[in-house]
Each structure stands twice: as C-alpha cells, then as structure tokens.
Design a protein around this ligand. Structure first.
Ligand code: S3P
Length: 157
C-alpha cells in the first residue's frame, strides 16, 4: 500500500491481510520497533535519518509474503521505488475529504499545520505515487471496508 498520510493504508492493509489470511506489516511500526517513536527520530536525528531507517524497514517488510503498508513518504526514495518493482503496488488515493479528522490529534511531524501541510505534501508526491502504482484505488467516496473489497476485486485476490 502506498499513498498519503491518513488515507487508511494501515487499516486497509490490515483488513486485507486478514481477509487473505496472510501477514500484515507496517513500515512505520518496524521503524518504531527498531529506533523508537517517529516524532523523536525527526526531532533528534532529523528527517534524512528517518528516511534511511524507513528504506531499510520497507526492504525488510516486502521481503516476506503478505500485505505491507508503507509510510506516506517512503516512495520518494529511489531505492524504495526500485525495490517496489518486485511487488504489487496499490496506491490509495483521496480527494482529501476525510483527512482533517484523521490527522487531528495525531503526532505526525510533517503535518504540524494540519490539512494545509498535508495538501502541499500530497500535491508534491502525487506524480510519484501515480508512477509507482500498479493499481490506483480512489478511497474518497467509500468506507475502508469497501476499499478492501475493491482491491480484492481489482486484483482478483
Ligand atoms: C510520513 C508519513 C507517516 C510517517 C512519518 C512521515 C510522510 O506515515 O512515516 O510521519 O512523510 O508522509 P503514514 O503515511 O502511515 O502516516
């Protein structure tokens, strides 16, 4: 799963993995397990180091069979883009309708100014998500469960 922060990659990925009876891994969780909370990594070590940790985490995650949710910025790494060529990449897109409520109260370091930050970052990354995706699923007007059903239908899994 690739796509912007708050689109539902983790929820959809977890539900999809459960339905398919395969493992689910989240690259953010691997980073946290290995290096501690993401806000602290950004604050103490800086974003470039976080991105190195994230590259390694995605590499580990996609090495095993199953469903992987990547962090929203993971696909910006050329190494990760190359690694993702070995897998089936599903891009969860959104028109942003539900994002405000999903970001509120969160701890994501890149969206301290809320939806305005989110929008700017998403606009920058959209072409990369599109170029990296094998399938694009628009989540805007459907529940996360309906999104899971759509993925299964489109990928025939
Ligand atoms: C980020 C997205 C986050 C997390 C970090 C940076 C990004 O993951 O990796 O806060 O650059 O888009 P989610 O997409 O799971 O929120």
């Amino acid at each position: 799963m690739i796509g912007p922060m708050g689109v539902g990659k983790t929820t959809v990925g977890r539900k999809l993995a459960k339905a398919l009876k395969v493992a689910f891994v989240d690259s953010d969780s691997i980073v946290v397990q290995q290096h501690g909370p993401i806000p602290a990594i950004f604050k103490d070590l800086g974003e470039p180091i976080f991105r190195e940790f994230e590259e390694a985490a995605v590499k580990t995650a996609i090495a095993a069979p199953g469903v992987v949710a990547t962090g929203g910025g993971a696909v910006m790494s050329p190494k990760t883009q190359a690694a993702l060529k070995q897998t089936t990449v599903v891009y969860l897109s959104t028109n942003g309708k539900h994002i405000g409520s999903r970001l509120r109260g969160g701890t994501r370091p890149l969206v301290k100014n809320g939806v305005a930050d989110w929008k700017r970052i998403y606009d920058e990354r959209k072409p990369v998500y599109e170029a990296t995706a094998d399938y694009i699923i628009d989540t805007s007007d459907q529940s996360l469960s309906a999104t899971v059903a759509e993925i299964r239908k489109r990928l025939n899994i």
